[in-house]
Design a protein around this ligand. Structure first.
Ligand code: PLP
Length: 368
C-alpha cells in the first residue's frame, strides 16, 4: 500500500464537473477580476465563519499584511509598535509584522497544543505592545477567550492567523470571529484550497473592511481616486468560483479529517511517539496531524520505506532563518525542540480507513 501525504488531484477530482462548469461561467462572463463570483464567495465565507465581512485578497500573507497596514492607516498601530506572535509559526505570520515595520515579539508555545498561552502573552506585554497575532496552528484554535480578555485589559488589537483553521471552533465560535480581524489562506493545500493562490480577511468592523477593500485595489475606493498607496491583491473570479464549490463540502471534509484523527489517536500506541493533544474534540479541523518523536529521522525513513509519505511542519523556526539574521541569537527551547521533533502524518478528507490503519500499524511497529 502507498499512502500519499495529500493527494490534491484526487481531492479536486471529486468536484471536477462542477468546477469545470463554474470555470466555463467565468470564461463566458467576460469578467476576469472581481465581480459577482468574487462577491458571492466573500458573502458565503463570511456566513460560514459567522462574521459580517469577508474581503478576498491574493493570498494569506497579504491578508495578514493588509490588516496590519489598515490598522496603521487608521492610526491604531504605529511603526515600531510591538506585536506578540508565536515563535513556532510559519514564517508568513512574522513577515506580515516586519513588512509593516512593526516589531515581532516571539513567544514560546505550549508544548502540548503548539499554540501560545495566556500566561506567555501576559509576560511578554510591554508599554509598546499594541497587538497580538495568535496562530491557530495545525487547525486547533488558540485559547481565544483568554486572549481576548487580556487584549481588552491592555487595549490590544488581535489579528488571528487562521490560515490553517477554516471552521475550527471553540465555545461554538469559529476561527476568525474572535479577534478584531483574521487572515485566511486558500492556498491549494489548505483545508479550503483554491487552484492557485488566494486569501481572505474576515472582520465585523465596517471601517476596517472598507479600508482593506481600497488597499487591495491600489488604495482606491473609487476608480481613479486613490486615498492610499495601496497594492494589487485581488482574488480572481475563477478562484472564487472554485472556492464556492469547495466550501459546500468543507464541513463534511472536516468531519472526515476528524474521523481519521480519532482513529490515529485511539490506535497509535508506540511509546516513542506522542500523538497530538486536543483541547476540545469538536474544535480541531486537523489541517495537519502532527506527532512528536525524538527519533524523527529514523521514523520518517521507516515510514518512507513503507510507502507512507510524511512532511515536517516546520524544520526551521523563523528566528533561525537567514531572513531574520537579527533574531538568530534568540533562543526558544520549546519552539526549537518542537521543530526538531514534529512529523506530519497523512491526513485528508479522502484518506481511507484502510490507509489510516496501515499508517497506524507501521507507526506501532516502529522501533529504534
Ligand atoms: C499558509 C499560511 C500562511 C500564508 O498563506 P499563503 O496563502 O501561502 O500566503 C500564513 N500563516 C500560516 C500559519 C500558514 O499556514
Amino acid at each position: 500500500m502507498k499512502v500519499d501525504f495529500l493527494n490534491l488531484q484526487q481531492i479536486n477530482a471529486r468536484d471536477a464537473q462542477e468546477m469545470l462548469s463554474a470555470c466555463k461561467d467565468v470564461i463566458d462572463s467576460g469578467y476576469y477580476i472581481g465581480g459577482e463570483k468574487v462577491e458571492a464567495f466573500e458573502a458565503e465565507f463570511a456566513a460560514f465563519c459567522g462574521v459580517k465581512h469577508c474581503i478576498s485578497v491574493a493570498n494569506g500573507l497579504d491578508a495578514l499584511n493588509l490588516v496590519l497596514r489598515a490598522w496603521k492607516l487608521q492610526g491604531r498601530l504605529q511603526e515600531g509598535d510591538e506585536v506578540i506572535v508565536p515563535a513556532n509559526t510559519y514564517i508568513a505570520s512574522v513577515l506580515a509584522i516586519t513588512e509593516n515595520n512593526l516589531i515581532p515579539v516571539l513567544i514560546e508555545p505550549d508544548d502540548n497544543t503548539f499554540n501560545i498561552t495566556a500566561a506567555g502573552i501576559e509576560s511578554a506585554i510591554t508599554a509598546k505592545t499594541k497587538a497580538i497575532l495568535p496562530v491557530h496552528l495545525y487547525g486547533q484554535l488558540s485559547p481565544m477567550p483568554e486572549i481576548m480578555r487580556i487584549a481588552e485589559q491592555h487595549g490590544l488589537l488581535v489579528l488571528e492567523d487562521s490560515a490553517q483553521a477554516h471552521g475550527a471552533m471553540l465555545e461554538g465560535k469559529r476561527a476568525g470571529v474572535w479577534g478584531h480581524a483574521a487572515g485566511f489562506s486558500f492556498y491549494p493545500g489548505k483545508n479550503l484550497g483554491a487552484l492557485g493562490d488566494a486569501g481572505g480577511i474576515v472582520t465585523n468592523e465596517d471601517d476596517l473592511a472598507s479600508t482593506i477593500k481600497a488597499l487591495r485595489n491600489y488604495g482606491s475606493h473609487k476608480k481613479y481616486e486613490n486615498l492610499y498607496q495601496g497594492l494589487n491583491s485581488r482574488m480572481d473570479p475563477i478562484q472564487a468560483a472554485m472556492l464556492s464549490v469547495k466550501l459546500k463540502r468543507l464541513d463534511s471534509d472536516t468531519e472526515q479529517r476528524r474521523r481519521i484523527a480519532d482513529l490515529y489517536i485511539k490506535n497509535m500506541h508506540n511509546p516513542l511517539v506522542t500523538t497530538p493533544f486536543v483541547t476540545e474534540a469538536a474544535a480541531h479541523v486537523w489541517h495537519l496531524f502532527v506527532i512528536k518523536t525524538q527519533h524523527r529521522k529514523e521514523l520518517q525513513a521507516w515510514l518512507a520505506e513503507n510507502n507512507i509519505q510524511t512532511l515536517i511542519h516546520y524544520p526551521v523556526p523563523p528566528h533561525k532563518q537567514q531572513a531574520y539574521a537579527q533574531l538568530n541569537h534568540l533562543h526558544y527551547p520549546i519552539t526549537e525542540r518542537i521543530h526538531d521533533e514534529v512529523l506530519s502524518l497523512p491526513i485528508s478528507p479522502i484518506l481511507t480507513e484502510e490507509e489510516a490503519h496501515y499508517v497506524i500499524s507501521k507507526i506501532n511497529e516502529f522501533t529504534v
